[in-house]
Design a protein around this ligand. Sequence first.
Ligand code: UT7
Length: 354
Amino acid sequence: MPSSKIAGIGMYVPENVITNNDLKKYMDTSDEWIQERTGIKERRYAHRTDETTTTMGVEAAKIGIERAGITPQDIDFIVFATLSPDYYFPGCGVLVQRALKMKEIGALDVRNQCSGFVYALSVADQFIKSGMYKNILVIGSEKHSFGLDLTTRGRNVSVIFGDGAGAVVLQPTNETTTAGGKRGILSTHLHSDGESAEILAMYNPGTHANHWSTEKFADFNDAEMADMFMSHAMIENAQLFPNMDGPAVFKKAIVKFPEVILESLQVNGLSAADLNLLIPHQANLRIAQFVQQKLGLKDEQVYNNIQRYGNTTAASIPIALCEAWQEGKIKKNDLVCLAAFGSGFTWASALIRW
Ligand code: UT7
């Protein structure tokens, strides 16, 4: 059975840089608070109308495809991870298929928020290993700036998020290391615990309203039906923005990140000392530093770029992976771990022998 290797990788971030001081125009916050609690100095915001989650994903994909030495016509499956799709439906995968004039291939959207890219990579890995596909495009992209509460009311959430996209092309490989070990993705590990699903969530528009019942259904008029889906009250009460109990998420994250990283190492008979590079989902620099300390990793074993891009959710890992690779921090035979934790809760890791 072949392994999956990352044959090409690309990223795209919008030109528009938003510093912490820029956010002070909209809300009561400070550069000191944001840097001290999150490590973030600036983030990118997409152009309001010309850039969407899909267009950014497409730009990242074009680079990844070119670096893999193939064309969009060679891609035989798309997996697109995002929580900020262009449309409620259909998903972004088909929009990429259209934009890149690809063949009538399968396109799958993954809704796993911060761990979306690792979940998407794991799905693609199974299709490669089974022999079903030879060139899979995996994209993580987010346009958060479109849906953030930029008033003081939403500051605990809004200051951490930014926009951007990353993409990889997965291909089969039977290559081994000089010692005869496997190359490519060694294993992936996926987890969830829905007990606290609502503490990091965007509730609307959604079908959760508890007044839905079959008895009453026939009595609702059109306006009342529409109100359940989207209403002025939802806008006034900030129910169309993401909600987060930050401290609770933080506490869970610092337990689950190390757990899922160690799981990937243990399954492969390796330890933290063997890691050349850990690329954690860029949720908060303080979380990444805690994980580094807990695993006893040196600074050069962990890659962070949240300082420049904020938290780009499904895009954060492919963007960081791409930058680390471009900076020459990932070389052939290196052991690289991707790890993520976020809304759901869901968390995941992928261990890769480059
Ligand atoms: O990627 C998705 C997964 N998400 C995460 O992993 C996020 C995990 N959580 C976190 O990163 C942190 O909890 C935050 C960065 C979101 C918040 O940091 P915190 O240290 O947990 O702050 P807090 O929410 O406990 O708020 C502390 C204080 C509060 O004021 P009082 O009640 O102590 O007077 C907040 O109102 O800081 C205030 N505050 C702010 N002040 C200035 C909250 N947001 C801001 C802000 N600027 N942007």
